[in-house]
Design a protein. Structure first.
Length: 662
């Protein structure tokens, strides 16, 4: 689980006489810091800067965004005055800012934007509670642009920007200023929504950034109609900013549960089941407590219904195996220890030094019970998976495969994520592989169905099947390099045919195919060569591929970028989904040595892997050499890590056969 870091900057004392004459912002930063650092509410590592010079604040902003991981959450908050210069550029005023020299004494919006762009975190929050001013040459005030265009200045992938206002409230004309800098109430409502949990609008126990903004917007506009907060985001999924520590059952459910009428108490079970399904761990525990109370209800109908509801919600309780009386003390102690892999304890050590469990440590006999799930960081809640629906019998929870040709070894695994297991939805990843006999090549396809599609699982499987058909055909035609654009067009054609069947021949458009079967796709082939196998790989979407070097434990991304800014641009490129085929299909090739493994994975593996230098990278670097048994790869891939609950698929190809002794 990534770190949560916040930098709060508040400036309400100014050395400049002109700025000192303005209304100062409210002193709300300290209250916001207290809420954010509360471990029960938000759990941020908070740094607060009050009335500091611009160079001190600039250094702290650089520290906030430097060396961040993809799963870190960063929050930068500023309250004070925002100033536009004669050319419309925006600056944030610090205690040493001189209005006559903004370029050298204030922080420019451009600098902050660049720092955010260079940060690898996919969860960056910028909150600006500013009184904005315009600065215009004398005589041009009437023609001035009264909007600050804040959101346009902070665009970028993986970030959310909240601003208390976007209009200039006062303006300088020469050395004279006009208007009034009214104190904002934005931060006050921000703090209140987090502190008492009232910003938890859907009642699931979590306060997302979207909920927090909606809550604050309504209250700010009610109190100060002239102030209109704004929001802009470009992030994947929801961003949980805090927990609602004051969560309680809605009034209607409390009334139903305390009603003397049995049918009212019976109907409350549906509401309790709903909150158990959408709620966080705190909500689920309280819901389970309420259902367990109904087990003692004086109505047999209610108690029986509560028992039926409760059973699938409780984690299974394994029965311990009693030790034999003759077992020595050491054996008893070993049996008492948890079976299976131990939690990974540090991401800073090298793969060889990291406290990971080897296959020998994890191997257990049938009498000892199954191996425990691998845990990386804070574990996900344990529960029994729900079935994915009666018509998804072709999409098992987990798939593992593995075999070898004379020159290559292949392993693949695909596991359903905890989010889909809990919701009773099918796995939306797919992987398909085949050996081409005449050339000794291995062709492969890995797809990740889009969560926004109606039937992503079908789209992913069909894309993989169609890809293999076309690549095998091209290899048989001895075309030299694979024509990946032709393969992508063939996949699109098959998705159209699938849509035609799904809609019973009715007229449809490309958007209908997208809404039904949108998917990412990584395809390619590994061909034997006297100098070492050559891997050709093509990507459409945000799945990824790497070469893992066993000597260093490093993951070299095949579609990586040299800088963080390039990576963000590349990630925008990667959002193309089939059936859309880009004009230029991105592909690459690389030669593998005996120390290499080609890895292809969906976002569910790529996100926790990050740059490969953390716990997940160390785990797989340790266990992928030599090639593990297929079921072992599936066991590793199903690691438990809170917040990383997406489907995961990983394909690995080595340029050698497994050891004879395996």
């Amino acid at each position: 689980m990534g770190r949560r870091l916040a930098l709060l900057v508040a400036t309400y004392e100014y050395q400049d006489d002109e700025l000192r004459a303005l209304t100062t912002p409210a002193h709300d930063a300290e209250a916001l810091a207290a809420v954010l650092k509360d471990p029960d509410i938000a759990g941020f590592e908070v740094t607060t800067l009050i009335n500091e010079p611009h160079h001190r604040v600039g250094e702290s902003i650089a520290d906030l965004y430097r060396d961040r991981r993809r799963d870190d959450l960063t929050l930068l908050y500023f309250t004070g005055h925002g100033l536009k210069d004669n050319d419309g550029r925006l600056y944030l005023a610090m205690t040493n800012t001189r209005r006559s020299s903004l370029l050298f004494t204030a922080l420019s919006a451009q600098q902050i934007d660049q720092a955010m762009s260079d940060c690898m975190s996919r969860q960056k929050v910028l909150i600006l509670d500013c009184c904005y001013s315009g600065a215009f040459p004398a005589g041009r005030l009437a023609k001035a642009d009264t909007d600050v265009h804040t959101l346009e200045r902070f665009q970028g992938r993986g970030r959310t920007v909240l601003t208390a206002s976007d209009a200039t409230q006062y303006s300088f004309e020469g050395s004279q200023w006009h208007g009034t800098a009214v104190q904002s109430v934005f931060t006050r409502h921000l703090v209140a929504g987090l502190r008492d949990g009232s910003a938890d609008l859907d009642g699931d126990g979590d306060i997302t950034l979207d909920e927090l903004y909606s809550y604050v917007y309504d209250r700010v506009v009610d109190e100060m109609p002239q102030q209109r907060p704004k929001k802009q985001d470009n992030v994947e999924g929801r961003m949980v900013i805090a927990r609602n520590i004051n969560w309680s059952l809605p009034t209607y459910l409390r009334h139903a549960l305390s009603s003397p009428v049995p049918t009212d108490r019976l109907s409350a079970l549906d509401g309790l089941a709903h909150f158990h399904r959408i709620g966080n761990n705190l909500v689920r525990r309280r819901v389970l407590d309420e259902i367990q109370r109904l087990l003692e209800d004086d109505s047999r109908t209610v108690s029986a219904a509560a028992a039926a509801r409760l059973q699938p919600l409780l984690p299974p309780t394994p029965e311990p195996t009693p030790p034999a009386a003759s077992e020595p003390k050491q054996a008893l102690e070993e049996r008492a220890a948890p079976l299976g892999p131990r939690p990974v304890t540090s991401g800073t050590q090298s793969p060889d030094a990291t406290a990971l469990t080897s296959r020998e440590q994890c191997s257990v006999s049938g009498a000892d019970g199954p191996a425990a799930r691998v845990t990386v960081g804070p574990p996900s809640p344990e529960f029994e998976a729900r079935p994915p629906g009666q018509y998804f019998f072709d999409f098992p929870d987990t798939e593992c495969d593995g075999w070898s040709t004379p020159a290559l070894t292949l392993r693949s695994a695909s596991v359903r994520g905890d989010a889909h297991r809990y919701a009773g939805q099918p796995r939306q990843d797919a992987v398909r592989t085949a050996a081409h006999g005449p050339t000794g090549s291995i062709v492969f396809a890995v797809a990740d169905g889009s969560a926004g599609a109606a039937e992503p699982a079908l789209g992913a499987v069909e894309a993989c099947r169609a890809s293999l058909e076309k690549m095998l055909h091209q290899l048989s035609q001895d075309q030299g390099q694979l024509d990946f654009h032709d393969v992508a067009r063939h996949v699109t054609k098959r998705l159209w045919e699938l849509t035609q069947w799904r809609l019973s021949g009715k007229g449809f458009q490309r958007s209908d195919v997208m809404q039904l079967y949108a998917t990412t796709l990584v395809i390619g082939a590994v061909r034997p060569h006297p100098a070492g196998p050559v891997a050709e790989v093509c990507r459409i979407g945000d799945s990824a591929a790497w070469v893992l070097d066993s000597s260093s434990g490093q993951y070299q991304p095949l579609f990586g970028a040299e800088t963080a800014s390039d990576a963000l641009m590349a990630s925008d490129e990667a959002m193309t989904l089939l059936p859309n085929v880009p004009d230029l299909v991105k592909h690459t090739s690389t030669r593998l040595t005996s120390q290499h493994a080609l890895l292809v994975g969906t976002a569910g593996f790529a996100e926790p892997l990050g740059d490969g230098r953390g716990q997940v990278g160390a785990l797989f670097a340790k266990h992928l050499f030599p090639p593990p048994p297929p079921l072992w790869l599936g066991h590793l891939l199903d690691f438990s890590w809170e917040t990383f609950d997406d489907d995961r698929t990983l394909l690995a190809i080595w340029p050698q056969a497994p050891a004879e002794s395996r």
